[in-house]
Design a binder for this molecule. Structure first.
Ligand SMILES: C[S@@+](CC[C@H](N)C(=O)[O-])C[C@H]1O[C@@H](n2cnc3c(N)ncnc32)[C@H](O)[C@@H]1O
Length: 247
């Protein structure tokens, strides 16, 4: 796992899918847990990121760490897919992906479900993807490896879009929010997961350890992306970043 000069891990949640199959264990409850943890607001965030993706021109979209397919299904509800569009719906967890597949219910011939590690997308050709998206997955991956691998698979001019935990720009409000998370999350998490502590511990660590929206924008430019922009949602609890691979 890479770390910066201060020793902060680039995997904010310090999660390793190989050593803890947490998403396999909670797959059937994942959507309910999202509602619990975010008080339902994740639906708005995902609708927003789905709209951002739907508004772009693309033929091949790769959604990494797609989980139960929420974002992809929201794009489908917004726009449907055009005949020529192909979506690679990918995740490292077969259990999560199986639910995504079931939810899509064979409706979309455009969807191609693949078990892929976002750190290492060996199966995907370089310069072959128009749009790479990742929602709520960066904090549980080594984000620098993800930025690098996304850059490799994107075609020149292709776009990177992420939705992830972020910072409320007023420091004291952000501290209050983190305090609330620290206090309430173990209780809500314990109840919601039937005592499976790791689900909310990763979430908590990921939220606490994830950098500010400005820092993520800076890191993206360091990895060679250009025209980097971001939008904070719900006061900055999460942010959507959009970046372009140079032509
Ligand atoms: C918090 S969920 C987000 C799911 C979905 N994108 C959403 O917004 O609801 C994180 C997902 O990342 C997946 N994941 C974790 N590590 C991964 C990796 N190295 N490569 C691909 N997916 C990974 C997990 O299996 C899980 O489905």
């Amino acid at each position: 796992m890479t770390a910066d000069h201060l020793g902060n891990p680039k995997n904010a949640a310090q999660f390793n899918a190989q050593s803890d199959n947490i998403f396999g264990r909670i797959a059937s409850r994942y959507d309910v847990l999202c509602d619990f943890f975010s008080l339902g607001i994740h639906r708005l965030w995902k609708r927003k990121v789905a709209r951002a993706i739907a508004e772009q021109e693309w033929t091949t979209l790769l959604d990494a760490a797609a989980g139960t397919g929420d974002v992809i299904l929201k794009i489908a509800q917004l726009n449907g897919f055009k005949n020529h569009q192909r979506v690679i719906v990918s995740d490292i967890s077969p259990e999560m992906l199986a639910i995504a597949k079931r939810r899509a219910n064979g409706l979309f011939s455009n969807l191609d479900f693949q078990i892929l590690d976002a750190h290492n997308l060996d199966e995907i050709l370089s310069n072959s993807v128009d749009l790479y998206s990742i929602s709520l997955g960066l904090k549980i991956c080594d984000r620098h490896r993800v930025f690098k691998e996304a850059m490799r698979v994107l075609r020149p001019g292709g776009r990177f879009i992420s939705l992830e935990a972020s910072n409320i720009p007023w420091a004291w409000v952000h501290r209050l929010y983190l305090g609330y998370m620290q206090l309430c999350m173990p209780f809500i998490g314990w109840l919601a997961t039937g005592g499976d502590a790791s689900a909310y511990q990763y979430l908590l660590k990921g939220v606490q350890g994830f950098p500010t929206a400005e820092k993520i924008a800076f890191e993206l430019t360091q990895f060679g992306y250009e025209k980097v922009s971001f939008e904070r949602l719900t006061f900055g609890i999460v942010a959507i970043h959009i970046a372009h691979k140079p032509q």
